[in-house]
Design a protein around this ligand. Structure first.
Ligand code: AMP
Length: 595
């Protein structure tokens, strides 16, 4: 039931948009073309005209590399209108951690307007399910910024989240809605920022109605952080004095306004954190929280087992799908489990097209079920998509896989986002998609190709062997090891013991079984190559706790934003590999040839 006018408006808008998806998309494309027909980029293809059919016939589907020369020219001082009519006010740096390097995406005033509309829609959906939480209390949302870079033309290049957190509108609402003071968010030292945000979140624990971060990896990192620092946090709460480790003046000032000695609160937190098992710790620490908000689909799925363990039954709500390029979709069923989440595309945010992804017709396929749709899932990665025509939003087919292509108000025309999505249903006339995987992340040591989704499936099956033994897989990544012939797959696994019991040892036989289970679950080509000894047995390297935090630190030091960080599913960087290899505590190999 709708609870207020704001919510009713949002839900009504959502219905109108999804009923009129086709018309809205036509309007969006018409508007983008009308505004930008005279840009150097579009003129090259459309000769100053703005016809939609001409656009479809003449404007090529491109990747970031194709528009990069234009972006670089604007960054170096040429006027924005070589690419887009509206002035570029800054660039947004994509995270670049799941695949390639950070990209610079032009941002305009129009983008902020779209963002505001999205917040209305998103809030109305969440309010419908959880009531108006803004009235009930505050969110403990972990938010971080990255240093800004200035382009030679003087434009800022920063992550989209840094831009959002520095926005005046956001700063104004922050104290009412969130536990973190702005100074703790703007602190560039991630550890100090994390410490202070958790400290204020604990001090205000009775007001907290929602816990969140943009992506699930950040939240899990926060729990690990509390595990390492709870005694110090409690001591600060008890005495009212902030630890000397916090040297950032903004944080010190902000905390001095909030902290006062509170031995009773410190004792209750100490009692909770001192328990042998941390099962349900989030709910115990924040008893009024109604849900955990963080993206838990795609590569974030790997964190859901650990988050379920810590959450104490709080729903994990993955509410949006988007990227630095555009806001794309919204989850209309926030209570769906991460594995079942679909996003409804928002037809007013950009013009969306979909490149059908060719299926790889091999005898070995896997059955998947979504909303009653049974589909043979097997994707040929990097198939020659250039020859295939993209289809419009309203023409996608149930059960089909597509790569997302966007045309935005910010100078991206038929731009491949490189995400693979599968159609799971429709809301009114608008398709809903499951996020399948990043398109360009492939593990391979020979002619085999293992995609992000293949890997997730194999790991999910293998880890079920360990869970009854009291181990949780908290993070994983992979690497194609070619240092010996034949090459082999290496999986790095970080494990956590459910009960605090240092003596718990991994059973080598069980770990070898996990390796075999993974191999059995991998695709046909992999198995054939293994049977022919063209690929050596799969290896799991167990790493010590904190390794994936160190990996995150490394990528953040290389420019990734903590908020937008996505652990790579497959490691390509030598430095990252060194970080993992230096923390290995056990190596296990598959002892069977997969059938
Ligand atoms: P960025 O370029 O840093 O803005 O990251 C955007 C990318 O994050 C997208 O292209 C997706 O690959 C991933 N992403 C964003 N939202 C989701 C989601 N809800 N589920 C899975 N992956 C997502």
């Amino acid at each position: 039931m709708a609870t207020n006018e704001y919510e009713v408006d949002g839900l009504k808008m959502m219905e109108e948009l999804t009923i009129n998806a086709h018309q809205v998309q036509e309007q969006v494309l018409g508007e983008i073309l009308k505004r930008n027909a005279e840009t150097e980029y579009l003129k090259g293809f459309l000769n100053g005209q703005s016809g939609k059919q001409l656009f479809k016939n003449n404007v090529p589907v491109v990747t970031y590399e194709d528009i990069k020369p234009y972006v670089d020219r604007i960054a170096n001082g040429e006027p924005s209108d070589i690419l887009l009519a509206e002035p570029v006010i800054e660039f947004h740096r994509s995270s670049g951690t799941s695949g390639g390097q950070p990209k610079l995406i032009p941002a305009t005033v129009e983008l902020s307007k779209k963002m505001a509309v999205f917040h209305t829609l998103s809030a109305s959906v969440l309010n419908k399910h959880f009531g108006d939480l803004n009235r009930a209390g505050k969110s403990m949302e972990l938010m971080f910024v990255k240093p800004e870079i200035e382009t030679p033309s003087g434009l800022k290049a920063r992550s989209v989240t840094t831009s959002l957190f520095k926005d005046n509108g956001f700063r104004n609402i922050l104290p009412m809605l969130y536990t973190s003071p702005i100074e703790t968010i703007l602190c560039l030292d991630i550890n100090q920022s994390m410490y202070c945000q958790l400290l204020v979140g604990l001090i205000q624990r009775d007001e907290v109605v929602r816990i969140g971060s943009i992506f699930a990896s950040t939240l899990l990192r926060a729990i690990n952080f509390i595990e390492d620092h709870w005694k110090e946090l409690c001591s600060n709460i008890k005495t009212g004095y902030l630890s000397d480790r916090i040297t950032d003046s903004g944080c010190k000032n902000a905390l001095s306004l909030i902290m006062k000695p509170d031995p009773e609160l410190a004792d209750s937190i100490e009692n909770i954190c001192g328990c042998r098992s941390w099962e349900g710790i989030i709910r115990k620490l924040w008893p009024k929280a109604k849900y955990i908000g963080a993206v838990t689909t795609g590569v974030m799925r790997q964190y859901t087992t650990a988050l379920d363990f810590y959450s104490g039954g709080l729903p994990l709500v993955s509410s949006f799908y988007g990227c630095s390029e555009a806001i794309c979709g919204i989850n209309l069923e926030p209570l769906d489990k991460p594995a079942d989440v679909s996003y409804t595309i928002l037809p007013n945010m950009a013009y969306f097209e979909f490149l059908p992804v060719k299926k790889h017709r091999v005898s070995m396929t896997q059955e998947v079920q979504f909303n009653g749709v049974s589909e043979q899932e097997s994707i040929e990665m990097n198939s020659n998509n250039e020859d295939i025509e993209p289809v419009d939003l309203v023409n996608v087919k149930l059960g089909q896989f597509y790569e997302l292509v966007v045309t935005t108000f910010t100078g991206l025309y038929r731009y491949r986002v490189r995400d693979i999505l599968m159609v799971t249903g429709f809301h009114n006339n608008t398709p809903q998609f499951r996020f399948v995987e990043r398109e360009n992340v492939i593990l391979s040591v020979d002619a085999d190709k293992t995609s992000e989704a293949d890997l997730l499936k194999a790991v999910t099956e293998a880890k079920t062997l360990l869970e009854p033994l009291g181990f949780i897989l908290t993070a994983y990544t992979s690497y194609g090891d070619m240092s010996s012939t034949p090459g082999h797959y290496v999986l790095f696994w970080e494990l956590k013991v459910k009960e605090d019991n240092d003596n718990k040892e991994l059973d080598p036989k069980m770990m070898a079984e996990c390796c075999s289970r993974m191999e059995e679950s991998l695709n046909y080509t992999y198995k054939i190559y293994r049977q022919q000894n063209a690929i050596a047995p799969l290896e799991i390297r167990v790493v010590k706790q904190g390794t994936f935090d160190a990996l995150m630190d490394y990528y953040v030091s290389q420019g990734a934003s903590m908020n937008q960080y996505k652990a790579p599913s497959c490691i390509k960087s030598k430095e990252a590999l060194k970080i993992l290899d230096s923390r290995v505590i056990g190596k296990f190999f598959s002892l069977k040839t997969p059938l």
